[in-house]
Design a protein around this ligand. Structure first.
Ligand SMILES: [Zn+2]
Length: 300
């Protein structure tokens, strides 16, 4: 079966750099009909052509440019619906427009929220903005976790530098999310539904990869900024209108937080956190101010 050649555990040579597995899966499970990606060589172009032929997808070439790591790439669209590819090709002229996100098939609420953050609220990271729009007091489905999805979140030279430091700290690790876009809220109804469909679909074709990814994405996170966060190596549950996290140190992926912060968190086996996201037990844990708590969980 052709899908199994491109979505499987141990893919080896069949992967190419620009196209994430979850992006490809959105087309194959039908929750999106166009995907924006890129190729960086003639060899990759040949691979995309065989992939499109075998999976009955269409391809359209866009512009040549350099990406965040300064590599020469060609932007491309691949998709199942020729008319939507034409719409997306037209919208590509302004990738900061709602038309672009809508042509790519992202939920409208999420497209509008992303642009609102980008142009009106970008003094803080997008994760904080999404968290602010999320009703408190609820566990969050692991497939909504976009903490380490840095697409469309890196703009300044400092952020690119931090991104390289982050990649060095977490070499070779699969850090793909499940959802391929940034939700308008961690409880966005449309993204929760589409994300679940995507998760189930990928699990069928690549159970080992998805089980590892689920383990990574379902851990609760204390988050300060783009590259300053701590993934708690344990589980979060609700108890008496609080969150209780039982954990054993900090898990991967590692961020650029200080060794002192990491030690402070690693020296406790349990945190109790109020619905306002503040840690109440232990009360005097010496953490930098301004964190938010993201109660991602596998219990969905
Ligand atoms: Zn939404």
């Amino acid at each position: 079966m052709a899908i199994g050649k491109y979505l499987a555990d141990n893919l080896g040579g069949a992967r190419f750099s620009g196209l994430q597995l979850n992006d490809l899966a959105t087309l194959l499970c039908g929750i999106k009909s166009v995907v924006f990606t890129s190729i960086n060589s003639a060899e990759e172009n040949r691979r995309v052509d065989s992939l499109c032929a075998e999976l009955k997808l269409k391809k359209a070439l866009l512009a040549h440019r350099r990406n965040v790591t300064n590599t020469r790439i060609i932007d491309i669209l691949i998709g199942t619906n020729p008319k939507k590819i034409i719409d997306a090709r037209r919208a590509y002229a302004n990738v900061a427009s709602p038309e672009w996100g809508l042509a790519l098939g992202y939920p409208e609420c999420c497209v509008r929220a992303y642009l609102d953050w980008r142009f009106n609220h970008n003094s803080g990271d997008l994760i904080g903005y999404i968290h602010q729009r999320t009703a408190g007091g609820k566990l969050l489905p692991f497939w909504m976790n976009n903490t380490v999805n840095y697409f469309s979140r890196l703009f300044t030279p400092e952020e690119r530098k931090d991104n390289l430091a982050f990649l060095k700290l977490n070499p070779g690790q699969d850090r793909e999310s499940i959802i391929t876009w940034h939700p308008c809220s961690y409880l966005c109804a449309e993204t929760m539904k589409k994300g679940k469909t995507l998760y189930e679909f990928m699990r069928k074709y690549m159970p080992d990869t998805i089980s590892r990814r689920k383990a990574m994405l379902s851990k609760p996170v204390i988050f300060w900024d783009k590259f300053l966060f701590a993934v708690l190596n344990g589980n979060c549950r609700r108890k008496n209108r609080r969150f209780v996290v039982d954990y054993n140190g900090i898990s991967r992926p590692k961020s650029l937080i200080s060794a002192k912060t990491e030690r402070a968190l690693a020296s406790f086996p349990r945190l109790s956190i109020g619905e306002n996201g503040k840690i109440t037990v232990p009360r005097s844990i010496p953490l930098p101010k301004g964190y938010i708590f993201l109660p991602f969980s596998a219990a969905f």
